[in-house]
Design a protein around this ligand. Structure first.
Ligand code: PRP
Length: 179
């Protein structure tokens, strides 16, 4: 099997415009807040978080959390484990989970149940992508970039076997029989 160039699903320009929109909306909604803590979910979030944090016009800080799922090949088992916790005590703080993609929703659901008992002043989620037809949990995405079809997408932080993360666009990964 030989990989071929991903097929463009969302262009670099469309991402840039949408991230700017999200930044504008979030900056308006949090205008009265002293600080917003952006919690990036490693590793896929790193490019989206870098761009989103720079278009916000409100005071904000950044922390990271890393989780992994106990998936077998491409199938989600729904079990998520914590790899690296936050450095920040979020009690009393306004917190926004920043995800590259919500697929089954298991990761976001796990993060909510992990962070809510820490008593943040508020806890919301901003995700660049969501696959509505794949959701298996009842999760709320407060700020969403794009709804996408059920396909394996790469680029702008998303990977296939840790490749393609640096592509400037979101593409559909496709494999073909090759030499
Ligand atoms: C991706 C993505 C989310 C999660 C969403 O992470 O970054 O965290 O999957 O999937 P779910 O809604 O089905 O739980 P991935 O496990 O690919 O790890 P990575 O971010 O390190 O690439």
């Amino acid at each position: 099997m030989k990989p071929e160039e991903p097929k463009v699903l969302i262009t670099e320009e469309a991402i840039r415009r949408r991230v700017a929109d999200l930044g504008h909306r979030i900056s308006g909604d949090y205008a009265q807040v002293e600080n917003l803590l952006l919690v990036g979910v490693l590793r896929g979030c790193f490019i989206f978080l870098a761009d989103l944090s720079r278009v916000l016009t409100i005071p904000r800080s950044v922390d990271f959390i890393a989780v992994a799922s106990y998936d077998t090949s491409d199938v989600s088992t729904g079990s998520v484990r914590l790899i690296m916790d936050l450095r920040t005590d979020i009690a009393g703080k306004h917190v926004m989970i920043v995800e590259d993609i919500v697929d089954t929703g298991h990761t976001l659901s796990y993060l909510m149940s992990l962070l809510i008992p820490r008593h943040p002043a508020s806890l919301k989620c901003c995700a660049l992508l969501c696959k509505p037809t794949c959701l298996k949990t009842d999760v709320r995405i407060d700020y969403l970039g794009f709804e996408i079809p059920d396909a394996w997408v790469v680029g702008y932080g998303l990977d296939f076997q840790d490749r393609y993360r640096a592509l400037p666009y979101i593409g559909i990964f496709q494999q073909r029989e090759g030499r």
